[in-house]
Unconditional design. Sequence first.
Length: 256
Amino acid sequence: MGLLFGCKSKQKANTNLYPNCKYASYTKSEAEAKLDSSSIDFNWMKIKTKVDIEHEDKKYAVQLQLRIKNDSLVFAKISKSGITGVRILATKDSIMYVDKLNKQYYNGPYSDIEKLININIPFTFLQNLFLAEPTFLYEGDGQKKVVEPLIQYSSNVFNKTENYSAFHQIQYFSCDSIKLQKVSVTDWKTKKEIWIEYKKPSDINGYPLNKKIEFKGILENKPFILATIELKRVKIFDDLTAPIEIPDDYTKMEVK
């Protein structure tokens, strides 16, 4: 009788609570290992996008071209009607911002990115944003929650980091393929939130990416910037350059 009860208890303990969620049992470390094995391997990557932006009751349409050196730098060129307006070069430690229209520049630590673009984006998060590859900004297991068809991994709300700012992060993955669907990052210092949602999974030049990325910046439950990013072209290179320079007649921007 005791053996019979023991077997029943064991069967109950092994019951799959989420039969329609293939990766429901995955811990954060198991999810990271699975995701690392399926990430795109590259040295340099070139990405061409079209971006529609809503900011301060105004709408803009720009072309954004990126050159990314894996785990090293992100170079961005922002143009409108074929005319380059801004070039940005970001590394883990520094950021260079050149405004060609107003003949201004800024060159300083990466932590000043929030002063330049009005929102704080961790470097590793910035690099992976366009590839829909997850970036776990916290150590330890954090929290996990399954709400089919999604698995949610998040940092502990009261965790603080030793970086220039502390972030709370939530990432949502699909149950069937553990692909990133959406992510949010909250900057405790500024109280600003970033929400990113990935849509229209597509084959873009042979790479499994998302053709549409929706970006939302929120402060006090109200959006202060909205952007829809459409990926147009992606290509991998062994070597590229990040063409940015500061002309002698440009003035340094004052940022606070």
